[in-house]
Design a binder for this molecule. Sequence first.
Ligand code: PHE
Length: 451
Amino acid sequence: MKRATWKSKIGFIFAAAGSAIGLANIWRFPYIVGRYGGAAFICIYLVCLLLIGFPVFISEVLIGRETKKNPAGAFKKLGKDSFWTGSGLFTIITGFIISSLYSVVAGWVLGYLFSALFGHLHHFSSLSAVEETFHTFVGNPFWGLGFHLFFMLLCFGLLFLGVREGLEKGSKVMVPFLILILIALAIVGVSMPGAKAGLTFYFKPDWKLITPTAFLIALGHSFFTLSLGQGTMVTYGSYLSSKDNIPKSCLPIALIDTSIALLAGMAIFPIVFSQGLSPTEGPALIFYTLPLVFSQLKAGYILALLFFLLLTLAAITSEISALEPLISYLIDEKKWRRKKTVGVVCFGAFLLGVPMALSNFIAHKFSIFGQNLFDLVSFFALDVMVPIGGFLALILLAWRWGFKPAYEKLKEGSGALFQKNLLVRAYFKFTLKYCAPILMIFIFLKAINVL
Ligand code: PHE
């Protein structure tokens, strides 16, 4: 069977951007910024992106394009031994775990979309009322599970349609729409009375707040938001042709992804401060803050609806990309048919998500190290497994395959800037071979208190 490819270069850009832009930008970024020190955290996050995230992004797409295989096949082809096959499989498993976790949160978002639709999200008069609503929803096992299932079914539909009709077309429509809504919300945010304190928090760094854990979180997030370390970009890269220009496609994606996260913060923090909320609220941040704002605005109904629609769309294009590595693995290596594979993988991810969806309901009965299952799996998958997966891709490219041959391949399809420019080459050589791996090891050791 012929392997699927993107219909156009722009198709890859949209699909990869759709994958990158997701709950991490809009739901997670603001709350980790709030928890780990505002603007100071943003600075270290941007450094991680430039020195580690972006080079790894290019590496993963190149590994995919070069091998035209799923992550396990790709790692095996370049690494040539079972350690690397295992590493590729590790990234696929990471993606699968994340897809189940992601679907749980996306289920909440979908649930909120319905609440918004029925006009239940713009009548709040106090923070405690919003909190109560959130806990009533999330604490209700049928609500959490039902929307987790519903969300998974939506993704199943798109994946079923395949690479061109599902992944490519779906993302092309959704991504531009999503950017527009977010810009509108940021404008509302910054024009709120009292927005200034929020913007100060967001833009004025306080370096005392930066801890080793904050570094680990910034690193993990720079990977998670670009969908790295879990096979997604290797898989999406594998649908490219050798003529495609990787850096030219990846740079706008990284820029858009970062801008959207920054925009999301600009929409949320002015609101947080003008409502007298705490920025350190955690995962519930957007679920608390936004309904309060919607309640104060004349256009509250329509904004609430648009916002949760935006988040749902962003989550769908990301979720399908988290499921795709395992799907492509089963199609490539086990010769399964796409339709059957999509069904099995989506059902598996749904099942794996069940205990996590329930963990908010039964949290008080089953807490491990004082955290519920959801928090624990999310920390382990996002901040530990994802960076390890990205690290492995990096080492594979820079040291096993070798920087020199890899860079020769990267130049194929790349424009004039890549052919002779020594500065560009030096940036990639420095980051890929030395800077990124060393920084990553350092951050890891520091975070586990060895250094
Ligand atoms: N990048 C996605 C986001 O920002 C998350 C994601 C990670 C999606 C990995 C797919 C694979 O939400």
